[in-house]
Design a protein around this ligand. Sequence first.
Ligand code: MEV
Length: 308
Amino acid sequence: MMAASAPGKLILFGEHAVVFGEPALSTAINLRAEVYARPHTEWLVDGASLEESRFRYVKAAVAKAKPDGPLWIEIRSMVPSGAGLGSSAAVTVATLGALHGREGSIEALAIAREAFEVEHEVQGRASPIDTSTASAGGGILVLRQPRDGLLWSIERDKRKWFVHRTALPPLDLVIGNTGISAATGPLVAKVKDRVDRDPRAAEAVRQIGEITLDGVRALQRKDLVAAGKLMDRNHTILTDLGVGHPSLDRLVEAARPSSYGAKLTGAGGGGSIVALTDRPSVTAEAIRAAGGKAFIVQSDSLGVAKLG
Ligand code: MEV
């Protein structure tokens, strides 16, 4: 039996803009996906065909890892899917970890590269932030240039992302899930279309990059008031870019009175918000009262890891 796990992620600043090469900040969270694989007479995932469209990330990961024979793969994930929390990246990375783990130790860089290719193929477009966070764990800062803390760089179509390890102070983060599942690919395509047609959208993407860098500095000097305000601005710009949703606004408004700031996280269009707060249970209660599902999460420093 081969098995590996990988964490989900929260993007604190910079989603969508990072696809265009702007900076973004994320952290792995303590909600993980586990993938188990055992030789079998035919290819199965959770007892169903690998060809089912819900397993397209697993199928693409299998095509990259090229295992010898058919496998029965089982996925156990705490990361809700379509919720902006990196469930497809966590499952892709854990699948690659399980399949490569058979050959010995798991190499996070090799897995991060393959997992990025998988996401790019399945979604049509992607940045490496979700897959690198699931591979490396901890706080991840993606930049246009290399700096101290560089983990690796990943390039595609003349764009190059430098993926860094970044130290974040311990943060109380609350996720508010709208329960509306939204696929990432069409949202990423929608933003690209806007940026291609409207210079104001291109300017919005650039502004998100600046907010991200200001946000990183604010978090590093533990200025949560400033970081929260930047999260609020990031939410407004993402909504103007067309990836908001009334239920995201409702949860953001519910979370803000007890938070430093709140914004949609991940691809948007539904999915989740993240609130930065020092009263996590009050914020979680407010999100629930507004009709969302709330979970209090912590950063997880563990990236892809062999199980057993
Ligand atoms: C999705 O979690 C993050 C996006 O920026 C897409 C990507 O970076 O691949 C929306």
